[in-house]
Ligand binder design. Structure first.
Ligand SMILES: Nc1ncnc2c1ncn2[C@@H]1O[C@H](COP(=O)(O)OP(=O)(O)OP(=O)(O)O)[C@@H](O)[C@H]1O
Ligand SMILES: [Mg+2]
Length: 293
């Protein structure tokens, strides 16, 4: 569970990136974060992964008050969070397999378990046949899938992707979002996707939080339904939404998050998340005090 409570963020240069932002995301949900450039989307992600601390308010993730973590503990917390960066950030001299394995080696996982998990996630992202390729031998979309495999290898509670489709053509964009849907379903991972891509959001409707000038201006279970029903991607047959897609809030009766379907409620019942005890103790973040002034 993610909970932003009256979160404001003012950077040291005086820019107010977020103002009194409150929302919560249940375990197992899949949420898009949208909004114009400079509206505060990446700031929201930086508050979630502990890169930045709120100026006021609190960011809670599974009982951890992220803004109050000691710097020396942030790495422990980040083990529970997977982030896919737009520029992938792969290690150029390592193969796809090694790039993913590296994320697990730092967790001191036994080698046989690492190998098993790496094979599993590379299969999930459909790159099993590219295990030995280095990033330069892979296409942009394939590199991105390695980055996703790396982010999910440690079974994070939350997978966050900032503009994951920025460099992809429409077909690859569609594949990417289907992959996130698969991870959401098969690994029960809570997913937040930051995007400007209206078409993707319209074809794969999900709860969408829109930011403008640091304020949440809307938070709906789907966007532009008529578009979804009337249009199709090139080469794709027009299909009626399947029954289970109810859970993604395609039907208007799900507009209000309070009226979640049973299927959706079931979907969010994931295994109990284990957070290291020491992260649950509230501590003053050294930067926190500084920024409050
Ligand atoms: N480290 C920083 N120091 C000072 N100001 C910052 C910093 N990071 C972001 N900002 C400012 O905060 C505001 C929100 O930025 P943010 O990066 O969150 O926007 P965004 O919604 O992710 O935009 P984009 O779609 O362009 O990625 C902007 O005005 C930006 O200039
Ligand atoms: Mg951004």
């Amino acid at each position: 569970m993610i909970e932003f409570k009256s979160v404001s963020k003012r950077y040291k240069n005086g820019v107010n990136a977020l103002h009194d932002v409150s929302f919560s995301v249940k375990d197992g949900e899949f949420v898009y974060i949208m909004g114009p450039t400079g509206s505060g989307k990446s700031t929201m992600i930086k508050l979630l992964d502990g890169e930045e601390v709120p100026t006021s308010g609190s960011v809670m993730v599974s009982g951890v008050n992220v803004g109050r973590l000691r710097k020396s503990k942030v790495y422990l917390y980040r083990r529970k969070i997977g982030v896919v960066f737009q520029d992938y950030r792969l290690l150029p001299e390592k193969t796809a397999f090694e790039n993913v394995a590296y994320a697990l080696e730092v967790l001191d996982m036994p080698t046989d378990k690492i190998r098993k998990r790496v094979r599993e996630v590379l299969k999930l992202v459909e790159l099993a046949d590219k295990s030995n390729a280095k990033p330069r031998e892979l296409s942009g979309g394939q590199q991105q899938r390695v980055a996703i495999a790396r982010a999910i290898a440690k079974k994070p509670m939350i997978l966050i992707a900032d503009e994951p489709t920025g460099n992809l053509d429409p077909e690859k964009t569609d594949e990417m979002i289907r992959l996130f849907e698969k991870i959401n379903k098969e690994e029960k991972t809570t997913i937040l996707v930051v995007t400007h891509n209206d078409v993707m959001v319209e074809y794969h409707p999900k709860r969408t939080i829109r930011l403008e000038d640091g304020h949440i201006v809307s938070d709906r279970l789907h966007e532009n339904i008529s578009f979804y029903h009337d249009r199709k991607l090139p080469g794709e047959e027009k299909t009626e939404p399947k029954k289970e897609e109810n859970s993604d809030g395609i039907f208007p009766e799900n507009e209000n998050p309070e009226n979640m379907s049973e299927a959706m409620k079931q979907d969010s019942l994931i295994d109990t998340i284990t957070v290291p005890e020491e992260l649950l103790k509230e501590e003053e973040h050294p930067e926190h005090k500084e920024e409050e002034q």
